[in-house]
Design a protein around this ligand. Structure first.
Ligand SMILES: NC(=O)c1ccc[n+]([C@@H]2O[C@H](COP(=O)([O-])OP(=O)(O)OC[C@H]3O[C@@H](n4cnc5c(N)ncnc54)[C@H](O)[C@@H]3O)[C@@H](O)[C@H]2O)c1
Ligand SMILES: N[C@H](CO)Cc1c[nH]c[nH+]1
Ligand SMILES: [Zn+2]
Length: 432
């Protein structure tokens, strides 16, 4: 991994260090995704069959997982994995349930009440990656909050395996959303299908879930189309930024960096440290641990765009991290909580030496569908609220309109909107 001394760099080089690899390929991907949307809009399921054959190497007539395949899934998944899925689901549910927004009402003037209520989004479209590895944990992160939100229809797409089946553990996890309909579709074509609707795939009201650069770009284009639908967030290739001091455990830090590097060649992992010793120890550990990883080739490619960065102090590291806005931030420092208030942008934060990011990936209870590519500056990870809409309600009595109406009328006249003013003044006359 390349070593960098932050304080020896000029501003353009610093910006280049923090550039995500996926930004460099986006033009190719953008044009490819556009072509997928056009084809799916024109030829529907036929286009889906063509893309599935081309990109997933599978000839599928029907995409939807039937009852038989669901039933077989339970037999195909080892008992310990089934138990772990159930344990993780329970923890995810506990954390997400606690965060459900409560309705509230406020009397803003005597006789005038405003309230806010939550309603589920009716039909949600979920994407579970399975290109280089199927991610049943992502099915949990999507299906548990969708169920808690009360979504009436849950559609889930995941790429087919080489034999045309869906990953059985993904199917088991998907059952966290009862009645879920699963389609064996991957990449941009899956997103286009859920965004546009085809004869077999229902058009969804909002799209959720992470994926590679194709999936991420497809969601972006789905949202930008005329009449486009809502998306959860930009959630593309994984990234982690570790801030470590001299007391950190180099083996732990290296393992955390590699855990995100192994996701894909366009993952990015960064270490910021104020210790030369720790930096060199991590570099050595990364090399040593790489030799033991089955996905070392993928991780090595991710490490090409990753850096070990020497900073002046932890304060400077926090400032760099806030500018970068990582999907995951690990604080491997002695007093991690002391820095928490200083962090203003990150998808999810992991405090201390004993909280690997991989714990959050699976079963700490927090959601692992998180904003990437700097989107954490303005976006949040998934929660039950992501699957709901908030609707405001107001009710005025005669007393209420008498109290708040004059204010509205004055502002309406000030804006030159006489019909607005009349709608209030007519009532003021009759309420008097
Ligand atoms: N941000 C998050 O919250 C989060 C969570 C989990 C995973 N991830 C990321 O999700 C990604 C998963 O990627 P993946 O590739 O393993 O699975 P994926 O399911 O996202 O993508 C696989 C699909 O991509 C399409 N595809 C592949 N190459 C293509 C090409 N050349 N042209 C057009 N389409 C092509 C295929 O249709 C295939 O089905 C990783 O980058 C991982 O880091 C992010
Ligand atoms: N780290 C990923 C989010 O960026 C989530 C994941 C799923 N499985 C393992 N990891
Ligand atoms: Zn991960």
């Amino acid at each position: 991994m390349k070593r960098i001394d932050w304080n020896q760099l000029d501003e353009p080089t610093r910006a280049a260090v923090l550039q995500r690899p996926v930004q460099a390929v986006s033009n190719t991907v953008r044009a490819g995704v556009q072509a997928v949307f056009e084809a799916v809009a024109e030829r529907g399921d036929d286009a889906l069959r063509d893309f599935t054959a081309r990109f997933d190497g599978v000839a599928l007539e029907d995409f939807e997982v039937g009852a038989d395949e669901f039933a077989r899934a339970a037999d195909a998944v080892p008992a310990d994995v089934q138990a772990a899925i159930a344990e993780a689901a329970a923890r995810i549910e506990a954390f997400h349930r606690a965060g459900i927004a409560s309705p509230y009402a406020v009397e803003t003037a005597p006789g005038l009440t405003c309230q806010r209520v939550q309603r589920p989004i009716r039909r949600v479209g979920l994407y579970v990656p399975a290109g280089s590895a199927p991610l049943p944990s992502t099915a949990l992160m999507l299906c548990v909050p969708a169920r808690l939100a009360g979504c009436a229809e849950v559609v889930l797409c995941t790429p087919p395996r080489a034999d045309g089946s869906a990953d059985p553990a993904v199917l088991l996890a998907a059952r966290q959303a009862p009645g879920v309909r699963v389609f064996k579709l991957g990449g941009a074509q899956a997103i286009a299908a859920m965004a546009l609707g085809t004869a077999s795939v229902p058009r969804c009201d909002k799209l959720f879930g992470p994926g590679n650069a194709w999936v991420d770009e497809a969601k972006r284009q789905a949202a930008q189309r005329p009449g486009g639908i809502a998306i959860d967030m930009p959630a593309g290739p994984s990234e982690v930024l570790v801030i470590a001091d001299s007391g950190a455990n180099a083996a732990f830090v290296a393992a955390d960096l590699l855990s995100q590097a192994e996701h894909g060649p366009d993952s990015q992992v960064l270490l910021l440290t104020d210790s030369d010793l720790l930096l060199e120890a991590v570099a050595a550990e990364v090399e040593a641990q790489l030799t033991t990883l089955p996905r070392a080739a993928i991780a090595r490619r991710a490490l090409e765009s990753s850096r070990l960065v020497r900073v002046r102090d932890i304060e400077q590291a926090i400032a760099i991290s806030n500018a970068y806005a990582p999907e995951h931030l690990i604080l491997a420092v002695r007093e991690p909580r002391a820095w928490l208030d200083r962090i203003d942008s990150a998808g999810s934060i992991f405090l201390g030496d004993w909280t690997p990011e991989a714990l959050g990936d699976y079963c700490s209870g927090s959601n692992h569908v998180l904003p990437t590519g700097g989107a954490a500056r303005a976006w949040s990870g998934l929660s039950v609220a992501s699957f709901q809409k908030a609707i405001t309600v107001q009710e005025a009595s005669r007393t209420g309109i008498a109290n708040a109406g004059p204010c509205a009328a004055i502002l309406a006249h000030a804006e030159g909107l006489q019909a607005h003013a009349r709608a209030v003044e007519l009532r003021l006359e009759q309420a008097a």
